[in-house]
Design a binder for this molecule. Structure first.
Ligand code: UDP
Length: 477
């Protein structure tokens, strides 16, 4: 091998912007800080226009390609997204083996990094003789801990987790009520549950686990995982990896209409500092019709200024039919309560389907974020010092909400049932309250400092990634 060739890594991203964005940021950081180039591989069958546009917008140091499509038509109708991703991954091993083998001929391929629904791809890396295999967790140490324990919990908890009498207490983690655990764990008869156990059981095959979190937001579990433990790969907290320059990278912002983008930022320009609560449920979250109504009336009742990314409601589960595409299929505004738009026009601004979230959170008029607690949204909020109201919907969002509210105290979680009075009260408390609200605002200011500290030269996240990369160089000798 010629030592002159640049080090190269291959990453496999499972579908969803929440997976692609942090992996792409990791790739960019590897290039800018360490001169490492990347091939980012995505699945074809489950790829959306938004994802394709995003991949096409990446800098030259990050090449992207799609695996050949896989026929999933034999699967029963209505399979969970986790099942589809897992099936697609398992069936893509031969194609991926071929791709890795070819890449290895022309590149100094130092590592293969798989997203956490893609661990079957480790087989392809082994087949192709790639030396190191890493697992990437796009969320946090709480989720990683749960999954590391899942194979044993699968045996020790015979019934459904939601029927557990006590919250699940895992080492270093906030106690999580069974019904708040990762959504594919909620129904053991669903194939997606088996798939999660399967993936989790392969986590220990990784040479190391890279996590998109930072110690300050979950300090106790960070301390637990910092200890080396036989049989558990070393864990590196390399976050927060968040979308940095939304304007120049385009990507996620190319698909949605640029018109609403400019206008919501213009509107923010005219609002007082820290006066607006931003309301958004990620790239795929949709509320049931009833909740959407209560939210509208609650925002109105709060008297608070708000910027709301409105999506059409969904009464068949929290993931809308546009999980893969950011656009609402129908006009979402028709689902709002009668007269709401007119009555709130002086204090509220509505955006259909998609807003340039990072720009909104960066804006000084934004003082709060009512969020579904998707991990990217959470990190973006913390990095920009915006306190949160937690309204989780699916995936690991409920357990994120628990760790953020009951755990570290960076959010106020909306209690059940979600009435307009309750929503108004919590929103007001977050923005201006002297009790919980004040404590949360103080904690978020601290976490913002810690997050930025970690990303600096010599900071914890930077050092963790440098330590990983150093091993690649050593392997070359
Ligand atoms: N996002 C955005 N505008 C929107 C909705 C989402 O820019 O209107 C971005 C957001 O900034 C974040 C990502 O999409 O980077 C959503 O990821 P997250 O993990 O929060 O939630 P998911 O979409 O995976 O549920």
């Amino acid at each position: 091998g010629s030592a002159a060739r640049l080090q190269h890594v291959v990453m496999l991203a499972t579908p969803g912007m929440g997976h692609l964005i942090p992996l792409a940021e990791l790739a960019k950081r590897l290039a800018s800080r360490h001169g490492v180039t990347t091939t980012l591989i995505a699945f074809a069958s489950t790829a959306s226009a938004t994802q394709r546009a995003f991949l096409a917008s990446l800098p030259p140091s990050v090449t992207s390609l799609h695996l050949p499509p896989v026929d999933l038509s034999h699967l029963p109708h209505g399979m969970a997204i986790e099942t589809l991703m897992s099936e697609e991954c398992a069936r893509s091993v031969p194609a991926l083996t071929e791709i890795l083998t070819k890449l290895k001929e022309t590149n100094r391929l130092v590592a293969f990094i798989s997203d956490f629904f893609g661990v079957d791809s480790f087989d392809a890396a082994s087949n192709a003789g790639v030396e190191r295999r890493y697992l990437f967790i796009p969320t946090n140490l709480h989720l990683l801990t749960l999954l590391l324990h899942l194979p044993e919990l699968d045996v020790s908890v015979p019934g459904e987790f939601r029927d557990l009498a006590e919250p699940l207490q895992l080492p270093g983690c906030a106690p999580i009520p069974g019904m708040d655990l990762l959504s594919p764990l909620q129904d053991k008869s669903n194939p997606s549950y088996r798939w999660m156990v399967h993936h989790a059981s392969r986590f220990t095959e990784a040479d190391a686990i890279l996590v998109n979190s930072f110690d300050a937001v979950e300090p106790e579990v960070a301390a637990v995982l910092r200890q080396q433990k036989p049989g558990r790969p070393p864990v590196y907290n390399i976050g927060p990896l968040i979308l940095t320059e939304s304007k120049s990278t385009g990507g996620v912002n190319t698909a949605p209409p640029s018109l609403s983008r400019a206008s919501c930022l213009d509107w923010l320009d005219r609002q007082p500092a820290r006066s607006v609560i931003f309301v958004s449920f990620g790239s795929g979250g949709a509320l049931p019709t009833e909740h959407m109504r209560e939210l509208a009336l609650g925002l109105e009742l709060s008297g608070q200024r708000f910027l709301w990314v409105v999506r059409s409601p969904s009464d068949e589960g929290a993931v809308s039919d546009n999980y893969y595409d950011a656009e609402s299929k129908k006009d979402p505004f028709v689902f709002l309560p009668e007269g709401f738009i007119e009555r709130t026009k002086d204090v509220g601004f509505l955006v259909s389907s998609w807003a340039p979230q990072v720009d909104v959170l960066t804006h000084e008029a934004t003082g709060g974020f009512l969020t579904h607690c998707g991990w990217n949204s959470t990190l973006e909020s913390l990095v920009h010092g915006v306190p949160m109201v937690a309204w989780p919907l699916f995936a690991e969002q409920h357990q994120n909400a628990v760790m953020l509210s009951e755990g570290i105290g960076a959010a106020i979680r909306l209690p059940q049932p979600k009435s307009k009075e309750m929503i108004a009260g919590v929103v007001k408390e977050l923005m201006a309250g002297e009790g919980k609200g004040a404590a949360v605002r103080t904690m978020v200011a601290k976490l913002q400092k810690d997050a930025l500290e970690g990303l600096r030269e010599g900071g914890a996240a930077t050092a963790a990634l440098a330590e990983v990369v150093e091993k690649w160089a050593a392997g070359e000798s």
